[in-house]
Design a protein around this ligand. Structure first.
Ligand SMILES: *Cc1c(COP(=O)(O)O)cnc(C)c1O
Length: 393
């Protein structure tokens, strides 16, 4: 079952259920076995020599890895996928496989902050020059291309500030200049953005977020086109960047329900975003699914949905008042990461790290992750926060 269904013949929700699953290879079980192990015993010296066995060594992956790798590749529309220990190590693997000394890389200014810092520090030490660009440029990045531009790194929307980006236009400009596009596709997940249908060459997922979906494991994935696969896979096999079977199992388990979870994250997120737009304490709501968002048309054209992550900017208030707001919240936990079933909130300070664009908002900026709770309860929680803000003001 499942293993013999053509993934191109079914709808996206069916694909999330069947992708990578082959019950005949799983002793009939619905889910893949979790094989713990470093060593895999070869049946003969001939098979050891030709390595034509399903699995070769613990760090290269086992049955659970293969299931999730196949599923992510099919859902994102790429050629193949490798799994890593986190979203960060997935980006590290992709960069180590693609960039070489002497290369110039273009990085969108609203990229995930550790990616920004990794390119300027580690990749800089290895002889790669990083230049940041404004996400509003879109196809205008062609003006920044140099003969040695190897890679353009994008994210849409930015996970703290939520500007959209014209991915196909950037891809066209990059390809015309002989460069590749690496996208961090974590915000939309494989369910809501299909990177390879929009010109992306390498897609990275912080599977820690919506794929795992329950805040109980760290996991990353790198998916590439056929053209870039051999380099990626060779780097993977020598780098030791890998992940154990328990976390992979949690990732494949989470992936099966990603469509129902995201549908709720999306509807609750939009409902709260619209409600926040009406609040007198809020200066701005930054959510691409709202028609007032400057990137709304791009989101509507290219994305199949929205996740539960968006930003707000409060009207200017004292630090004490903003702190009182956050400290009064009970359902919105204060914590990094997102993509689990629970609501989260975090203050952000884009002014402190951007270089190609300026952040002009005067009031405190906050990032919300809307979880699977009742929206009425989440509104009550935020109302308590606003009452504390007014009392402290
Ligand atoms: C969290 C995150 C990452 C890194 O993922 P980890 O699994 O925490 O290392 C990368 N990109 C984005 C957009 C993220 O939100």
């Amino acid at each position: 079952m499942a293993g013999d269904i053509d993934p191109n013949s079914v709808g996206p929700q069916t694909l999330a259920v069947i992708a990578g699953r082959d019950t005949q290879r799983q002793f009939g079980f619905v889910n893949p076995p979790v094989c713990h192990g470093s060593t895999i015993i070869y049946p003969s010296v001939e098979r050891l020599r030709d390595r034509k066995v399903p699995y070769t060594y613990g760090s290269i992956g086992g049955p659970a890895h293969e299931t999730l790798e196949t599923a992510i590749a099919q859902m994102e529309g790429g050629y193949r996928t490798r799994l890593t220990s986190s979203g960060k190590s997935a980006t590290t693997l992709a960069l180590l496989s693609l960039a070489r000394a002497g290369d110039h890389i273009l990085v969108v200014d609203n990229v995930y902050r550790p990616t920004r810092n990794f390119t300027t520090s580690v990749m800089g030490r290895l002889g790669v020059e990083t230049e940041f660009f404004d996400p509003a440029l879109g196809g205008g990045v062609s003006a920044l291309m140099r003969p040695n531009t190897r890679l353009v790194i994008v994210e849409a929307p930015g996970s703290q500030t939520f500007e959209m980006l014209d991915v196909p236009a950037v891809a066209e400009a990059a390809h015309a200049a002989g460069a590749f596009v690496l996208m961090d596709n974590t915000w939309a997940s494989p369910a809501y953005f299909k990177p390879f249908a929009h010109g992306v060459d390498v897609s990275v997922q912080a599977a820690t977020k919506y794929i795992v979906g329950h805040s109980d494991a760290m996991l990353g994935s790198v998916t590439t086109t056929r053209e870039l696969w051999d380099d990626l896979d060779a780097t993977y096999k020598v780098s030791g960047i890998c992940v154990g079977p328990d976390d992979v199992y949690l990732g494949q388990r989470g992936l099966r329900t990603i469509h129902v979870r995201l549908a709720r994250h999306m509807s609750s997120g939009i409902e709260l975003a619209e409600w926040l737009q009406q609040r007198p304490e809020v200066a701005e709501v930054r959510h691409p699914a709202l028609p007032s968002h400057p990137g709304h048309a791009l989101w509507k054209r290219d994305f199949l949905g929205a996740s539960g992550l968006f930003g707000i900017v409060l009207k200017p208030c004292s630090q004490d008042a903003a702190d009182a707001f956050l400290n009064a919240l009970r359902l919105f936990g204060m914590g990094y990461s997102w993509g689990g079933y629970e609501s989260l909130i975090i203050p952000v300070d884009p002014r402190s790290y951007r270089t190609a664009t300026t952040w002009n908002a005067n009031g405190p900026a906050l990032r919300l992750h809307v979880g699977l709770e009742d929206v009425a309860d989440l509104k009550s929680d935020l109302e308590a926060g606003f009452a504390a803000l007014a009392a402290a003001g």
